[in-house]
Design a protein around this ligand. Sequence first.
Ligand code: SF4
Length: 335
Amino acid sequence: MTSANAEPLLLARNLRRVYQSRRGMFGAPSLVRAVDDVSFDILPGETLGIVGESGSGKSTMGRLALGLETPDRGSVRFRGSPMPMPSTAEWRTLRQRMQMIYQDPLGALDRRLPVLTQIREPLDIHHPREHHGNQVKAAEMLARVGLSREQGARYPHELSGGQRQRVVLARALMTGPDFLVCDEPVSALDVSIQAQVVNLLIDLQTELGLAMMFISHDLRVVRQISKRVAVMYLGGFVEEGDADDLFASPLHPYTKALVSAAPQARSTNRHERIVLTGEPPNPANRPTGCAFHPRCGAAMPRCKEEAPALVPVGRERRVACHLYPAATSDQTRAA
Ligand code: SF4
């Protein structure tokens, strides 16, 4: 959570989302805690990066933040008000202020319509009589995301992946949102194109004062765009803090391994490569105690029995690991 005094735009408390899974047609059903007791704030204009391996619960977290899914426990508040139930009129109104950018822009676009029409669509829905004004605003947005008029007349399959992601971004911005959830938005793009789209996101964020949740497995990209970062493992935050500090001096053994494996994400090359052993455990068969203990080189007997809480460690850092006792409020102030 942030320690700043500004009022959070989004405030999530103790979120839990549980799914039922079944192995094969006749397997016994089991419960998977995709997100488990996660709390965070996002301030206006701030980007919170969420990193972690596949299956860590990052995407579920994004859907909970947008109200696309209802938590089984916990709450989300946006601008101080509880998130309305999905598909209600109140929720549809609020969704204009909150938008999602997915990994696959082709899947998010209609292949039968020129892209400018699709950028205009959100305005047409809310202001159907203002066709000309909507068209002018859509053309302005097209230019703002770096696409030409001629590209606006094309169909999605006639554009490159990076151009399509620009179209999706332009359409998301047409309703003037305050908050974007970007779920692996550049993972499917070439590295050179990734940088262009990330730079565009940073420019737009600065210009429009957008807050973002930026979800990615790629620490390099998260490092570039995020003010704060949360590291997820098996449905929970294991470390959260200022992005520069966290990448320069990771504390949790899992974060250390991730950062050591992505040298371009960290500020210096001081960290030795730490190779994570084993695969992430099956979420339906969660290890006891600290969920990371089967892969942790620093595990102690206590780690198999007792799950560590996410506690403040130093200034603006929270860590869930028995190696780090919680800082007292005096220590936190002095750090
Ligand atoms: Fe490793 Fe124990 Fe810390 Fe978990 S609590 S990360 S097992 S040292």
